[in-house]
Ligand binder design. Sequence first.
Ligand code: SAM
Ligand code: FES
Length: 351
Amino acid sequence: MQQENNMHELVERLSRSHNLTDEELLCLLACREETVLLELQRAARKVRETVYGRDIYLRGLIEFTNYCRNDCYYCGIRAGNHHVRRYRLSEDEILSCCRSGYDLGFRTFVLQGGEDPYFDDQRMLRIIERIRTEFSDCAITLSLGEREYESYRRFFDAGADRYLLRHETASRAHYEKLHPASMSFDHRMQCLSDLKEIGYQVGCGFMVGSPYQTNEDLIRDLRFIQKLQPHMVGIGPFIKAKNTPFENQPSGRVEKTLLLLSIIRLLHPHVLLPATTALGTLDPAGREKGIMAGANVVMPNLSPTTVRKDYMLYDDKICTEDSAVQCRSCMETRMELVGCRIVTDRGDYIG
Ligand code: SAM
Ligand code: FES
């Protein structure tokens, strides 16, 4: 009982001062007490509502290539997975995804893909320029992995507004357990600081329950977020993907993901926080629960249904059959059920 009272006191102090010590955060991360978790969610929702009201921002996800030169151990489309049917969308196909998205009220397009050398700077610049010209009132978000400073700079100058690059883990030792030696923790971190310096709205993030992750690693992730002050933080549970080195590892927990969403909202109140597809994959009501825990963004898929099943980052990924129209209206209903509303808006960071 005494311990439970202490936990309530921690939630109250986190909501008030937007910070706690490492030891206190560790206590919260280990907490499984239902009343404490519900109180934390209530506090996170309150903070979200103060900044963003009950508005939920939409991002239209266009998964434009599943070719990747990297071999992240967790990822279903890693280069070493020879069971994947590889595809690339053409420029015209990408533009046509944006057109259908625009008609459905999307004002942010997220171009996401593996690290595919085919999409060199020249090709990317043409795509960015075409979207910028045709959809001048929309935000363009890129999520293409690691590039050099100059490329990021050119994309920004051509009209890209935001960049999502999950840091995956802020602990070097943990990073090295999730990636082969050909990938560099320092380079990923460098990319995030370059993106910030160039002027992008930047998103970092990590998987909850990735293999070998400890609560101490999560504390490092939270401290990293406080230091970087990103505009967005993408977190979702790790989910095993067949034909990868982690295919037999247990998935992350929905409850722990919700706990972290609430903590992140309270530590960094203005952050744009998506309720991710991975959360919806592990729990049919996962995205609604994410919103109830303090998230304020959803990212329905705008990719053509013909390729959806080939962008299988993890097993049983949802929404691979539904059209963009179906995804949009499904999301609208889901958000209304939790007392929120989807808005037709670029959904920029409110500073
Ligand atoms: N290539 C880009 C990059 O590296 O940032 C973007 C694509 S990558 C597939 C997008 C994100 O998917 C990764 O940052 C990772 O956190 C997430 N992801 C990959 N495999 C996953 C898995 N098995 N479970 C949950 N999320 C996963
Ligand atoms: Fe490259 Fe996953 S390993 S996108």
